[in-house]
Design a protein around this ligand. Structure first.
Ligand code: SF4
Length: 315
C-alpha cells in the first residue's frame, strides 16, 4: 500500500488516499470529533469496496465498482491509521475507539467485513473498541446480517457495537429511487432491529441524508420504530458530483443547521434526534466520501502531483 494523498486537519480529521498493491485506489479516514480529544474518542472510517455497486443518487463512490476490499486490505487500512498515532499498535488505550465500515462501499455485501469484525478483538488490545456498520440494507445481505447479529451478541454485547441503517425517506418508492430497488422495507428493518436490540445495546441509528422535498413523515417513523431502540441522525446532502448531476438539494444547510423543525417533531414523538454535519469545508475541497477515488479513477487527478502540491489541504 502506498499513501498518495493526505488531507485534513490534525485536530479534526485526516483523509488518506492509498494506492493498493492491486493498483486500486482506497480512501480511509481517522477523526476526532471536537471538542472531545483523541485520547477519549477516536474514529477510524475505512472502505470495504473499490467503488460501490449500490449507486445511491448522492454518492460518488457509486460511479464505479471494481470489487471488494479483502480482509487483509481492510486490516491494512486499520493498521496504517493506528500506526499513524500509536507507537504500540497492538494496545489502543482510548475509551471510545470506533471503527466504522462506512467510507466507500456497502459493507454488508462483503463477507470479509464479518471476518475483520470477528478478528479485531484478537488482534488489538483495545478495551474501547466499537465496530460500526452503516448499511442501506440490501436484500441480498440477509445472510450477512444474520451472521453479524450472532457475532455482535458473542463479541460486542453491552453497547460495544453500533448499527446504522441509511433510510433517507419514509416513502418506500423514494427510498428505492435514492438507493436501489433491492432493499429492505422499513418494516423489515424494524423486524431485524427487534431481534438485534438486547438490553445494554446501543440504540440502532436511523440515518436520513435530507433531500429537499423528499418525504420524511415522523408519524410513520413512530409507528414502525420504537424510540427506546432507535436514534435518529440527520445529515446534509453534500454537493458531490452525483448529487449535483441528480439535482439533489440538501434540506439542511449552513443557514438552518441550528434550527431544523423536523428535529423538534421527532423529539416530540420520543426519538432521540441529532444533526451530524461534518465539515462544510469538505464540500469546497471535494473530500466527501468517494469523491477523490472516483476522480482519480477517471484519470482526473494526477495523484502524486496533487499530493505534492497539497492544493486541497485544509490547514
Ligand atoms: S452511500 Fe454507501 S451504499 Fe450508497 S453508493 Fe455510496 S458507498 Fe455505496
Amino acid at each position: 500500500m502506498e499513501i498518495v494523498g493526505k488531507y485534513g486537519k490534525d485536530d479534526l480529521a485526516i483523509l488518506y488516499i492509498a494506492k493498493m498493491d492491486n493498483g486500486q485506489i482506497l480512501e480511509f479516514v481517522e477523526s476526532t470529533p471536537p471538542p472531545i480529544p483523541r485520547e477519549k474518542k477516536w474514529v477510524l472510517i475505512i472502505s470495504t469496496m473499490f467503488g460501490c455497486p449500490i449507486q445511491c443518487l448522492m454518492c460518488d463512490a457509486g460511479e464505479y465498482y471494481n470489487g471488494n476490499v479483502s480482509k487483509e486490505q481492510m486490516l491494512e487500512e486499520i493498521d496504517f491509521l493506528i500506526k499513524s498515532r500509536f507507537s504500540d499498535i497492538k494496545y489502543i488505550d482510548v475509551p471510545k475507539f470506533k471503527i466504522q465500515f462506512a467510507r466507500m462501499g456497502e459493507p454488508t455485501l462483503n463477507d470479509d467485513v464479518l471476518e475483520v469484525i470477528r478478528e479485531l478483538p484478537s488482534i488489538y488490545d483495545a478495551p474501547g473498541l466499537m465496530p460500526c456498520i452503516s448499511t442501506v440494507a440490501p436484500r441480498t445481505a440477509r445472510e450477512f446480517m444474520e451472521r453479524l447479529l450472532v457475532i455482535k451478541d458473542q463479541l460486542y454485547s453491552n453497547g460495544k457495537f453500533q448499527l446504522q441503517f441509511s433510510i433517507h425517506s419514509t416513502n418506500e418508492e423514494i427510498r428505492k429511487e435514492i438507493m436501489t430497488s433491492n432493499i429492505w422495507t422499513l418494516e423489515e428493518i424494524a423486524e431485524y432491529g427487534q431481534r438485534w436490540f438486547k438490553e445494554g445495546d446501543r440504540k440502532i441509528t436511523l440515518n436520513f441524508a435530507v433531500v429537499k422535498n423528499y418525504e420524511i413523515d415522523p408519524v410513520t417513523l413512530r409507528r414502525i420504530f420504537d424510540p427506546e431502540k432507535y436514534i435518529i441522525k440527520i445529515t446534509p446532502i453534500n454537493p458531490t458530483n452525483k448529487a449535483l448531476e441528480n439535482n439533489l438539494e440538501s434540506a439542511i444547510n449552513e443557514e438552518n443547521e441550528h434550527y431544523f423543525p423536523l428535529v423538534e417533531e421527532l423529539k416530540k414523538l420520543g426519538f432521540e434526534t441529532f444533526i451530524s454535519i461534518g465539515e462544510w469545508e469538505e464540500n469546497k475541497i471535494g473530500t466527501n466520501c468517494g469523491q477523490f477515488a472516483t476522480r482519480s479513477n477517471k484519470g482526473q487527478v494526477e495523484i502524486k502531483e496533487t499530493y505534492l502540491t497539497t492544493q486541497y489541504k485544509l490547514n
